[in-house]
Ligand binder design. Structure first.
Ligand code: AMP
Ligand code: ZN
Length: 111
């Protein structure tokens, strides 16, 4: 069975799309934990950052080239990028994703 984020990038599930290119898609998080909360994912199933290697790191390159464009579009100066890797770190969807959180004060260390 396909994962939920694969369904999102194949447009089998509707989301509020923020930005999209050939390799990545960014959309609003369904349960935002900050006033600005979007996710950016590869258009390929990769379980997590832990599965990145020399054959698929193009997705990481593209994601991190897109983040500054996205935050500029939303005039976000200070923000946080989070990727939870593994269930005990808080990963609930096993398709690599980066949360972009902003428009509120962030605490450190995170919980
Ligand atoms: P994580 O818990 O780090 O794996 O993050 C998964 C995120 O995906 C959570 O913040 C969820 O709110 C979000 N999420 C799950 N399903 C959807 C969906 N259908 N559309 C948008 N965001 C979703
Ligand atoms: Zn997937």
């Amino acid at each position: 069975m396909e994962c939920i984020f694969c369904k999102i990038f194949k447009k089998e599930i509707n989301t509020k799309i923020i930005f999209e290119d050939d390799l990545t898609i960014s959309f609003e998080d369904l349960n935002p934990v900050a006033p600005f909360h979007i996710l950016i994912i590869p258009k390929k199933h990769i379980d997590s950052v832990n599965e990145i290697n020399e054959n698929n790191s193009i997705y990481i390159k593209q994601i991190f080239e897109n983040i500054p464009k996205i935050v500029l579009k939303f005039n976000l100066k200070d923000y946080r990028i989070v990727s939870n890797i593994g269930p005990s770190a808080g990963q609930s969807v096993m398709h690599m994703h980066f949360h972009i959180l902003g428009n509120r004060k962030m605490n450190w260390p995170p919980g």
